[in-house]
Write a protein that binds this ligand. Structure first.
Ligand code: NAD
Length: 470
């Protein structure tokens, strides 16, 4: 399969003038494509193109923008196989999961296409009518990570376009190819300049966050990068949505039906090889059921078939990149050195590729790096607790607060405990479920703002109040 390595600026394919880099297949460690980063001058050209395209796109009737988004969803579905295969080769996930990612991308596009912003009426009295309406912001820049590269790009781009903004998107240099292709496909439908792509890492990223002619940055990635963006965008007072790292805790209540919840716990922790912002990353289990839960999880882990995502039998792919792979190795080794029990997995594969088997680590506690730091990989620490108040305190003893969950047979009790968790979403007997119509965002160092649903859409708009006497 030939994969495009060109950026798209103002509807024209261009090669970056900046540094060359290789996109690596994490299953083979082979370079699958050579790309070039954009120069800052090319970023300026992309911003100028988006700025020039903005008035016409802003003034395009709402129904027409909705129709065009549906057309994009049609094209995503028509090109689903190609997009899924690109994702597997640069990101590593098994093909079925990549197909799910493309399906979700199309679904999110359609959801945004159909979303309407109601007019707000603040006062409608004898003397005056005061309403609020929503205007687009202008040029929006999207900066995405490498874990769910296509889906997250769609999460950023579609609400921006739906509300009449034009867009520059900058994918992660680890997984740029699916986004370059996405922008090509979108340009078959949209006027030139409405969506543009640029390649680059920190230099282009900081040129984006400091750019005087970009009105908003929507960023998904790590907390330190999000903090840099926040600082750098202060001078231009940009709107920001920051979806950052998490270290989600789950609490299994005493008296749980272990057989009923084990698979849900496992899938919540290991979705996308654990490389999911809102995956379950710390599991607190009451001491009465600790061994039973640990053993069930280890059994499920051992059933996984680790391999290249393009092989039919593979259920579990590699870690996406060498840095993350080293991070997982380091955290598990550190836990082992502190006396943790490795129930399964626990060492990298000797084969080529960044393969690390699903790993369950017992006899750890807060204060161990594996528990305190976001592992963002295929390893789950399981911590025993004595009483529920202690479990809540341990779960909240964390600088980030993206998601959390409570598992148990008494859903009333689980609901009360869920409310005490310091996180943006608390699930009950579930974890990591994100849906286009349900707002999602973090608290503490997990971010600023929300995505999805009407609340998410409104973040791409400016409220204007019209105050009219009668
Ligand atoms: P990262 O922060 O290293 O990179 C994310 C993006 O930021 C990349 O496109 C990168 O090129 C760009 N970037 C790097 N330096 C920049 C700078 N100075 N200014 C602007 N942009 C810059 O994150 P990552 O390693 O790609 O992703 C993993 C992290 O993302 C994890 O911490 C994970 O929890 C988090 N994440 C969060 C969510 C969420 O919704 N909250 C979703 C997915 C991933």
């Amino acid at each position: 399969m030939t994969m495009t390595n060109s950026m798209l600026i103002n509807g024209i394919q261009v090669t970056g003038d900046g540094e060359a880099f290789s996109v690596i297949n994490p299953a083979t460690e082979d370079a699958i494509c050579q790309c070039n980063m954009a120069s800052v001058d090319q970023l300026d050209q992309a911003v100028a193109a988006a700025r020039a395209a903005y008035p016409a796109w802003r003034d395009t009737p709402d129904a027409e923008r909705s129709r065009l988004l549906h057309q994009i969803a049609d094209r995503l579905e028509a090109n689903a196989d190609e997009l899924a295969r690109i994702i597997v080769q640069e990101q590593g996930k098994p093909l079925a999961l990549a197909q799910m990612e493309v399906g979700a991308a199309a679904g999110w596009t359609r959801y945004n296409a159909d979303l309407e912003i109601p007019e707000q009426v603040f006062e409608d009295s004898d003397s005056k009518r005061v309403i609020g309406h929503r205007k687009p912001l202008g040029v929006v820049a999207s900066i995405t990570p490498w874990n769910w590269p296509l889906m997250i790009a769609i999460w950023h781009i579609m609400p921006a376009l739906r509300t009449g903004n034009t867009v520059i998107c900058k994918p992660s240099g680890m997984t740029p190819l699916n986004t370059l292709r996405l922008v090509e496909i979108m340009n078959e439908v949209l006027p030139a300049g409405v969506i543009n792509s640029v390649l680059g890492e920190a230099e282009i990223g900081s040129a984006i966050s400091g750019h005087a002619d970009i009105n908003k940055v929507i960023f998904t990635g790590s907390t330190p990068t999000g903090q840099r963006i926040l600082v750098n965008s202060a001078t231009t007072l940009k709107r920001l949505t920051l979806e950052l790292g998490g270290n989600d805790a789950a609490i299994v209540l005493p008296g749980s039906d272990v057989d009923a919840i084990a698979e849900g716990l496992f899938n919540s922790a290991f979705i996308n090889m654990g490389q999911t912002c809102a995956a379950l990353k710390r599991l607190y289990v009451h001491e009465s059921q600790y061994e039973a839960v640990c053993q069930k999880l280890a059994t499920l882990a051992e059933q996984q078939v680790v391999g290249n995502g393009l092989d039919d039998t593979t259920t579990f792919g590699p870690v996406q990149n060498a840095n993350q792979y080293r991070q997982v190795i380091e955290l598990v080794d550190d836990a082992r050195n502190q006396g943790a029990r490795i129930l399964c997995g626990g060492s990298p594969s000797a084969d080529k590729g960044y393969f690390y088997p699903p790993t369950i680590v017992a006899d750890v506690c807060n204060g161990t790096r594996l528990v305190d730091e976001e592992q963002f990989g295929p390893v789950l620490p399981v911590i025993a607790y004595q009483d529920v108040e202690q479990a809540i305190a341990l779960a909240n003893d964390c600088s980030v607060g993206l998601g959390g969950s409570v598992w148990g047979s008494d859903t009333e009790q689980a609901g009360q405990i869920a409310r005490q968790l310091e996180c943006g979403t608390a699930w009950i007997n579930n974890h990591a479920e994100v849906l286009p119509h349900i707002p999602f965002g973090g608290c503490k160092l997990s971010g600023v703002g929300v995505e999805f649903g009407l609340e998410g859409l409104l973040e791409y708009t400016q409220l204007q109040v019209i105050n009219a006497p009668k």
